[in-house]
Design a binder for this molecule. Structure first.
Ligand code: KG4
Ligand code: ZN
Length: 344
């Protein structure tokens, strides 16, 4: 079975074709970063309009490059969670294409897409595992016993990890999205010059809180400004370093705890923040010590993309699932409400 996947939940237009026998045949991505960067964050209406402009040409390009027009057996599109207008673009186009091609269509959960993305790699992890989902909108630890067998172990009580990266970056006048910029700046930072807290690690449990780190960043910048004037480039690098270490250490501590609690030996990390090199490094070191292993997707499949949607859609279609003709989007959609796939 050959599935066209469409992702339009936020600010990336992503399309891909996944084939059950041959694997990923091709994928295309258009990022709206330039459209939103002058506003310091995603403007929903601009996002929807840009998806309208870019989605069909992108599908056209993908189909031509993979020579697959006659061979598509199903269409999968992100139907939530995300920005309602942006989701509607992908859902309407996906549903209409499937109708025209007389093939099934399926709405995919964006976070299930992220969660399954590491399975697209050549040496995929096996179930069961613990998943750390870290994106711009979510920070969750999930016990995964199969596709659709999800138990939420813990989540952020306020800001998501990616959101904290983005907000801290804005305070230092870095471009949106801030995560990659903070990570780059942090490489030049002086370890130990600033000490940031590791929120909620001194008490039991697997929940997170990142909004305090944002305030801590702001206070560090203002205290520095009062005493020595606005932070220079080196000072920003030192703050970025301390901030990143704090987020990464907090995530590592909770991941280790989740593995100990479940008794599982495999962790996967997924979502935009899982592209962070320092997080990968520190998890690898920490997990080696407890005879466990961490898996992740290649960086382009950590952030939003069409491949993860084609792949997740394929898994559910293969199990016999498909949507009816209605176009349904779900801006809020708890992942735990997903059904396990038959036989999964
Ligand atoms: O998964 P994603 O592309 O979109 C959502 O579903 O939210 O994640 C985007 C988030 C942004 O907050 C971005 O700053 C963060 O992922 N991000 C990173 C890195 N690359 C992207 N955060 C830290 N380090 C990175 N290298
Ligand atoms: Zn995402």
């Amino acid at each position: 079975m050959r599935v066209l996947g469409i992702e339009t939940s936020c600010d990336e237009t992503g399309v891909a074709i996944y084939d059950g026998d041959a694997g990923l045949l091709g994928h295309e991505l258009y990022s709206q970063i330039a459209v939103h960067s002058e506003y310091g964050g995603v403007v929903p209406e601009l996002a929807s309009r840009d998806h309208v402009r870019k989605l069909i040409p992108l599908i056209d390009k993908l189909i031509k490059s993979t020579q697959s027009i006659s061979a598509i057996d199903a269409v999968a599109f992100t139907s939530g969670p995300g920005l309602i207008g942006a989701l509607l673009v992908g859902a309407c186009v996906g549903r209409a294409l499937a109708y025209a091609w007389k093939c099934p269509a399926i709405g995919v959960h964006h976070m299930e897409g992220h969660l399954l993305a590491p399975l697209l790699e050549p040496e995929p992890p096996e179930f069961p595992f613990v998943a750390l989902l870290v994106s711009g909108g979510h920070t969750q630890l999930v016990k995964v016993d199969g596709i659709g067998h999800y138990t939420l172990l813990g989540e952020s009580l306020d800001d998501a990890a990616g959101e904290a990266f983005d907000k801290a970056a804005k305070m230092m006048d870095l471009d949106y999205p801030g995560g990659p910029h903070i990570a780059k700046l942090a490489e030049k930072g002086t370890p130990g010059r600033f000490q940031f807290p590791r929120p909620m690690t001194d008490r039991p449990g697997l929940d997170f809180s990142f909004s305090g780190l944002k305030t801590f960043t702001l206070n560090t910048i203002s205290e520095h400004a009062q005493e020595n004037g606005l932070p220079d480039d080196q000072c920003c690098a030192d703050i970025a370093h301390a901030f990143q270490e704090a987020v990464v250490d907090t995530l590592v501590i909770k991941c280790r705890r989740a593995l100990q609690q479940t008794g599982y030996k495999t962790l996967i990390i997924a979502g935009g923040v899982s592209a962070n090199k320092r997080l990968r490094e520190k998890l690898e070191t920490a997990l080696q010590k407890i005879q466990s292993e961490v898996f992740y997707a290649r960086p382009e499949f950590c952030t939003d993309n069409g491949a993860m949607i084609a792949f997740a859609g394929y898994q559910r279609l293969k199990a016999g699932e498909a949507d009816d003709l209605s176009v349904i989007v779900r801006p809020r959609w708890p992942m735990e409400s997903l059904e396990p796939i038959v036989g999964g």
